[in-house]
Ligand binder design. Structure first.
Ligand code: GLC
Length: 526
């Protein structure tokens, strides 16, 4: 039986290394994460996305996999993973993992065999060239580090193709053997009982001369095969696409009812526009991008997010908007990385709880399944002095004790943020106005309303650019009117009749002309 559970679920992105160290080596592990599942459950979350947990040299924090069928020794063993999965399921939490299709680590035995021997059956698992001049129209994604998508390998005597770090050679999807390997890997984890995958970097699987090597028809044909396996052998699991693309290019990732691709796609373009609208005090960027977002097939869903483990990507904005966003949100060059901003949610919002509440209430009331990034539920800060994206991947802050209660070790894999004595779960438990309790409150309020979980969105005239207003409803009747004052000036709005505000604590009825203070928001129930 399929339930489409993912359409109305709330997700949580979990970085095992950062969450809780049970072994005392300064690195989080599955046994530690088990201890903290009750925390995740207490937020009102339905499904946990576990970032890569496979053996890896960690040159891209696990997105460089050297063995797809194992567990990184830092995280424990396969039995620990199984125990984590069971413990989550016992609590009614589903678990999805990362499926990295596009590339392996260069330490993967396939690549090691491939580079050493031209006649190895693994040579053709990767993409090679004698000149490194092909596919010149493909952009470079990690452009702060990589000068080219081709790197010369001395041992192989040829160039190999890579869309990310040079330590991550791309797999060759023109080789059907590679498909079979990936299907085997998928089945291995699905047979163990995971609830689906977040598929990493899916637009880049194929290369074709004269194209930008993204979103190619061949890529969709392969992804449809992946989906067919899920539908035929593992119903009720979910397949989520990380495709950082414009709305019209995202639509094919849902496929068609006859040939579906993904159940869920991250909505990348809306994300930076939420920050943009808030900083400008102008709803236009949000309205424009949602109007540009096509309707999606039945049984599919968007995934909405504010932050994740990567930089806040500015790929889906114009060059002028990108410059503006950098000036506004990343004044220090250390805050910038590639085409994005490597900061966490609370510091991006000046640690202003009004803005934090507004942005959370906003993304939790948009159509889509929301996902939270670990630590943002307590307003954790970042550390811009750490390289790459590490500054947003520091240890979770549990209490005011040593290493914020994360670990008993002398040293941790990354330093704990300096603010942990104030910003931690234990300190926030007792305070009803803490980030933590506001997160729980918002998720509960959203999940209590079918219209917010599953309704359509309809714009409501507000009379000003500063005031964003829309209605979510499932059948035209039961609805929630959502109002957000994006500006630092009071705004007024006239309610035609008395309505209960779900965001007031305690809930309270309001009517007539109301004034919204700076950054105030309301969810009015019918
Ligand atoms: C995805 C991941 C990112 C990783 C990249 C390469 O974009 O989110 O963290 O570096 O893929 O695997």
């Amino acid at each position: 039986m399929t339930t489409n559970w993912y359409k109305e679920a709330v997700f949580y992105e979990l970085y095992i290394r950062a969450y809780k160290d049970s072994s005392g080596d300064g690195r989080g592990d599955f046994r530690g994460a088990i201890e903290k599942l009750d925390h995740i459950k207490s937020l009102g979350v339905d499904c946990v996305w576990v970032m890569p947990h496979y053996p890896s040299p960690l040159l891209d924090d696990g997105y460089d996999i050297s063995d797809y069928l194992g567990i990184h020794p830092d995280f424990g063993a396969l039995d620990d993973f199984k125990a984590f999965l069971n413990a989550a399921h016992e609590r009614g939490l589903r678990v999805i993992t990362d499926l990295v299709l596009n590339h392996t680590s260069d330490r993967h035995p396939w690549f090691q065999a491939a580079r050493r021997d031209k006649n190895s059956p693994h040579r053709d698992y990767y993409v090679w060239s004698d000149t490194g001049t092909e596919y010149a129209d493909a952009r470079i994604i990690f452009l702060d580090t990589e000068p080219s998508n081709w790197t010369y390998d001395e041992t192989a005597g040829q160039y190999f193709w890579h869309r990310f770090y040079r330590s991550q050679p791309d797999l060759n999807y023109d080789n059907p053997q590679v498909h079979e390997e990936m299907f085997r890997i998928m089945r291995f984890w699905l047979d163990m009982g995971i609830d689906g995958f977040r598929a990493d970097a899916v637009p880049y699987l194929y290369q074709r001369e004269g194209t930008n090597c993204e979103n190619l028809p061949e890529t969709h044909q392969f992804l449809q095969k992946v989906r067919r396996i899920m539908d035929e052998e593992y119903p009720d699991r979910v397949l989520i696409a990380e495709a950082n693309q414009w709305p019209e290019d995202l639509l094919p990732y849902f496929g068609t009812p006859e040939a579906p691709d993904f159940h869920v796609c991250f909505h990348f373009p809306i994300m930076p526009r939420l920050f943009m609208a808030l900083k400008k005090g102008d709803k236009t960027p949000i309205v424009d991008i949602l109007n540009r977002t096509p309707a999606i097939p039945p049984g599919t869903q968007w995934m909405t997010f504010l932050r994740n483990h990567d930089e806040l990507t500015l790929e889906m904005v114009t060059p002028e908007e990108r410059e503006w966003m950098w000036r506004q949100y990343a004044p220090d060059p250390r805050m910038r990385l590639n085409l994005g901003i490597r900061r966490r949610l609370a510091p991006l919002l000046d640690n202003d709880k009004r803005k934090w509440f507004l942005l959370n209430a906003l993304f939790l009331s948009l159509p889509g399944a929301p996902i939270l990034y670990y630590g943002d539920e307590i307003g954790m800060s970042d550390n811009i002095w750490l390289p790459d994206r590490h500054g947003c991947r520091t240890p979770m802050q549990w209490d005011a004790g040593q290493h914020a209660g994360f670990s008993d070790a002398l040293d941790t894999y990354l330093p704990v943020n300096r603010d942990y004595e104030q910003v931690n779960v234990a300190a926030q438990e007792a305070d009803p106005d803490s980030y933590l309790n506001l997160t729980r409150f918002l998720i509960r309020a959203r999940q209590s309303q079918p219209a917010l979980r599953a309704g359509l969105l309809e714009w409501v005239k507000s009379g000003s650019r500063e005031l964003l207003a829309f209605r979510r409803h499932t059948n035209g009747k039961d609805g929630v009117l959502c109002l957000f004052n994006l500006s630092d000036r009071p705004q007024t709005f006239t309610l035609k009749r008395e309505r209960v505000d779900l965001l007031a604590r305690p809930q309270m009825a309001m009517g007539g002309t109301i004034t919204l203070p700076p950054y105030a928001c309301h969810w009015f129930r019918n």
